[in-house]
Design a protein around this ligand. Structure first.
Ligand SMILES: O=C(CO)[C@H](O)[C@H](O)COP(=O)(O)O
Length: 228
């Protein structure tokens, strides 16, 4: 199976955990796209009744086009489960997210969700975080100074740009700075440092967040219990 087939596999597996009446957080990314397709199928064919809260405009659009009811986060009082992708997951089930520039909304939805499930193909499972550049969502105002500060801290930052030379914009109209770290030995310490930088709205370290990980492997989906 190629990487897309593995993504489809975990997307289809994940929707088996969705129950009638749930309020579901819907993540963002190419893996989640398969999950939304499978969810739409259950809604259409089985009459599954759920409400979704999307972590990006593109996921909301896709879900609505498939007949899934979407509400804003502030319109619901809780979320039962959020299903999202990830860019890296380490041996302790800590993660990096934000490859799709959606980690701010993803984190807000995740922390308001009773349970969090991540769906990934096996290439995302790593021993140490950091090979994947760590995304930061930053306010455009003064962002060059934030970049300079991160550079002086030896965090190897670069703005994420579009091919036409414009800044990649998040759904909140902020910029993304990626930190090219190679290896993150102390993710909690780094998270605390980044939380203290004015202008950084949110970083892509998702620590102590996920409960269940479904990994797409050649011999089928592997379900891992990360934490209760
Ligand atoms: O965090 C994310 C978006 O901000 C995605 O969940 C992450 O980038 C994984 O995406 P994909 O399934 O396309 O590999």
């Amino acid at each position: 199976m190629d990487q897309n087939a593995l993504k489809a596999l975990v997307g289809q597996e994940a929707v088996k955990y969705v129950k009638d009446g749930m309020i579901l957080g819907i993540g963002t990314g190419s893996t989640v796209r398969y999950m939304i397709d499978a969810l739409g199928k259950r809604v259409k064919e089985e009459g599954l009744s759920i409400v979704g809260v999307a972590t990006s405009d593109r996921s909301a659009k896709q879900a609505e086009s498939l007949g899934i009811t979407i509400k804003q986060l502030d319109e619901v009082d809780h979320l039962d489960l959020t299903i999202d992708g990830a860019d890296e997951i380490d041996d302790n089930f800590q993660g990096i997210k934000g490859g799709g520039a959606a980690h701010l909304w993803e984190k807000i939805v995740a922390i308001n969700s009773t349970k969090n499930m991540w769906i990934v193909d096996e290439s995302k499972m790593v021993h140490h975080l950091g090979k994947f550049p760590l995304p930061l969502e930053v306010i455009p105002f003064g962002s060059s100074h934030v970049l300079e500060k991160l550079d002086k801290m030896d965090l190897h930052p670069s703005f994420r740009m579009n091919e036409d030379g414009s800044h990649v914009l998040t759904d909140s109209k902020n910029y993304i700075i990626d930190l090219h770290l190679g290896r993150i030995d102390h993710p909690h310490d780094l998270a605390n440092t980044l939380n203290g930088i004015v202008g950084v709205v949110e970083h892509g370290l998702f620590l102590d967040t996920v409960n269940t990980v479904i990994v797409g492997r050649q011999d089928g989906p592997e379900v891992l219990n990360a934490r209760d």
